[in-house]
Design a protein around this ligand. Structure first.
Ligand SMILES: O=c1ccn([C@@H]2O[C@H](COP(=O)(O)OP(=O)(O)O[C@H]3O[C@H](CO)[C@@H](O)[C@H](O)[C@H]3O)[C@@H](O)[C@H]2O)c(=O)[nH]1
Length: 474
């Protein structure tokens, strides 16, 4: 029997990385490829990771998952960025897997998560075509690619520059204070590691981005022109998104209570507050949010996680169940029960955002959340927390005008007054109405990009035809 051409996917284990990469794998499968997702051994795993893999395996049998055995070199580093350090120790296992697997399958290319630049050594040894998948946006990719150049040209730390604007090609001015926190110190080991990693991104045959041309037009143009990697060859860049998971068809059993609750709310009336797979707040901050929600008089659906009870990524990934009575102001749940709902730890975000009752989204600006809001046409209130989320806030608020900032996100506390003001502004003001109209218009552009003949669909066909040297259509 003729073997199907196969693409191997190699994500890091963060949900924000695995989920969109599996969506990318589904696109290849739709074009008659076999897809194999290789999971590296890692000490940190989100509680929804295994259920997610089980769900995809059941609903998409043409996507296989392979778990690498633990490496000889320990990766049990509980530091908060451990997956950065997990890649190299997994290289021998990855090499062994690919070497034997390519004998039984027609492996055409490997798609590496952009944090897996260390695995380039493996694919180079086997002479396999290698693409990076960038699970954040084109603007973020521009910053990453230009970072080695900027780092080499600076003799001060970002942290010493306050809000002074940094100029990355094709990007709006970025306050130095908005670079990711681990990049603030010039001599920080994590920053040096990132600089070395991003310096290798142009070594791929192509870079696939979870975005679409219209959404980040200026950044995409800058990337393609090569200005982000002065003096070097820039690989082809393909925006193949927005890749957004729709898990509704994969659920067995009852519809979650929060969706039932939304059914009973008026159109576009509910503000949804949710902060990604790891976002959490102190008790004081939770109380400020609750007070702001109550005073605003708006309807709301709020996902509350327990504040972290210690240090390390595993504590963040596995929070205890929140005790709402202890965390929220006394009587809050009772007083707001007619117009608000609080969900513990996790909500079906994509379905919530696509519910007609939802009119706004307070988000940490994780890229998946951003794209999910865009594809649902929901206006955003940007409350960035960590990683590249402050950069995303700059792009969304200053450049694209698709979000408004929750002021105080960069200070110790966002006040109840600010929460109240911002919610009222989005839901009741003329400016808020315009923001919601812009969000609705971008939803159409996102749908266009994914349709037959749309930019992302054509980009995918080009990847297959040009990068994989295979001509295939639907
Ligand atoms: O209650 C919840 C909370 C989250 N989600 C889903 O979890 C994902 C969260 O992804 P994202 O918004 O990207 O946030 P993070 O999980 O924080 O993702 C990490 O990875 C992203 C992609 O690289 C980065 O943009 C982020 O900054 C980084 O924190 C989304 O699909 C959400 O729909 C839910 O379904 N329910």
């Amino acid at each position: 029997m003729e073997k199907k051409p196969t693409v191997v996917f190699y994500p890091v284990d963060g949900m924000g990385h695995v989920v969109p990469m599996v969506e990318l794998a589904k696109l290849f499968v739709r074009h008659d490829f076999a897809a194999d997702v290789v999971l590296m051994h890692s000490p940190t795993k989100h509680p929804s990771f295994d259920p997610f893999v089980a769900r995809v395996s059941a609903s998409h049998p043409s996507i296989s998952f392979h778990q690498l055995p633990p490496p000889a070199e320990s990766v049990d580093d509980p530091s908060s960025q451990s997956f950065l350090y997990s890649v190299r120790p997994n290289n021998p296992q990855f090499l062994q897997f690919l070497s034997s697997y390519r004998h039984e399958s027609d492996v055409r290319a490997v798609v590496l998560d952009f944090f897996c630049t260390d695995a380039l050594e493996v694919t180079a040894e086997l002479r396999l075509r290698t693409h990076f998948f960038f699970s954040s946006g084109a603007s973020d990719l521009g910053v990453c690619l230009y970072l080695p150049t900027m780092h080499a040209s600076m003799d001060v730390s970002f942290g010493d520059l306050g809000d002074a604007p940094l100029h990355y090609p094709g990007m709006p001015p970025i306050p130095a204070s908005h670079m990711p926190s681990h990049m603030m110190e010039r001599e920080n080991e994590m920053l040096k590691k990132m600089v070395r990693m991003f310096d290798r991104l142009p070594d791929a045959d192509a870079i696939l981005i979870n975005s679409f041309d219209h959404f980040e037009a200026e950044a995409v143009e800058a990337l393609r022109s090569g200005v982000c990697v002065p003096g070097r060859r820039m690989p082809s860049v393909y925006c193949v998104g927005p890749l957004v998971v729709d898990a509704s068809g994969e659920r067995n059993g009852e519809r979650p209570a929060c969706l039932e609750w939304l059914d009973a709310q008026p159109l576009g009336s509910v503000m949804f507050l949710c902060f990604g797979s790891m976002g959490s707040f102190s008790v004081d901050q939770l109380k400020q949010i609750a007070t702001g929600l109550e005073r605003s008089g708006q309807r709301f659906l709020w996902v509350v996680r327990a504040p972290p009870s210690g240090e390390g990524v595993n504590v963040i990934l596995h929070p205890s169940e929140p005790d709402l009575d202890a965390l929220l102001p006394e009587g809050f749940l009772e007083r707001t029960k007619r117009r608000g709902m609080v969900v513990k730890s996790w909500a079906p975000q994509v379905e919530v955002l696509n519910h007609a009752a939802v009119g706004g989204f307070v988000t940490h600006c994780g890229w998946n959340s951003t794209l999910e809001a865009i594809t649902a046409g929901v206006a955003m209130v940007a409350w960035p927390l960590y990683a590249e989320q402050r950069l995303n806030k700059v792009f969304l608020v200053d450049q694209m005008k698709l979000a408004v900032a929750m002021e105080g996100y960069d200070r110790e506390m966002v006040t109840a007054e600010e929460v109240e003001t911002k919610l009222r502004w989005v839901m009741e003001s003329e400016g808020g109405k315009e923001l919601r109209e812009r969000a609705a218009a971008m939803k159409e552009k996102a749908a266009e990009a994914r349709r037959e003949g749309g930019s992302s669909q054509l980009a995918m066909l080009e990847v297959i035809a040009k990068e994989l040297q295979l001509l295939k259509s639907n």
